[in-house]
Design a protein around this ligand. Structure first.
Ligand SMILES: [Zn+2]
Length: 167
């Protein structure tokens, strides 16, 4: 290894040491929202310190030398009211914050959410995962709805056949 490589190495590790990072993942709790339009901001009072868009899986990463202090994280979705999480305490260490957005997960395994007009008929369970032959048969008969293989922290458990929506 020559000297210039060693120096670059030292510089990189020094830069790594002097930066703390805030990162995490946004889990969408409403399928009307789109990761594409979401921005995550770190604010101190009303001034923005740093911001980041999120990738197609909801991951965000705010890298900056953030001075220790009390901050707020603001989730901005184009055309919607901001979601503000107060009292984010930053010290020299890296922080990981996962967020359910726009609010807590409202899907419950034991009970479907209210559908249009609060009707309770024609609502079937959603089954996730690679469908077996039996599952495909049941889905064709309209007894279950196939939810696919992608599962997140917040997924619906029921499907309304009348209105074609997840509950
Ligand atoms: Zn319905």
């Amino acid at each position: 290894m020559n000297l210039s490589k060693i120096i670059i190495c030292i510089l990189i590790s020094f830069a790594g040491f002097s930066q703390n990072q805030l990162s995490g993942r946004i889990f969408l709790t409403d399928t009307d929202y789109d990761y594409h339009y979401i921005t995550v901001l770190l604010k101190k009072k009303d001034s923005i310190l740093t911001g980041s868009q999120i990738d197609s899986l909801g991951n965000y990463k705010l890298v900056k030398k953030i001075p220790s202090g009390n901050y707020k994280v603001v989730i901005n979705h184009l055309g919607e009211k901001d979601m503000i999480i107060e009292n984010i305490i930053v010290d020299e260490k890296d922080l990981v914050i996962d967020i359910n957005y726009p609010g807590p997960c409202t899907y419950f395994k034991n009970k479907p959410r209210k559908c249009v007009g609060s009707h309770t008929d024609n609502i079937i369970p959603i089954v996730y995962g690679l469908p077996s032959k039996i599952m495909i048969k049941k889905a064709k008969k309209g007894k279950i709805h196939l939810g696919g293989c992608e599962v997140s922290k917040c997924d619906p458990y029921f499907f309304c056949k009348t209105h074609n929506i997840e509950l």
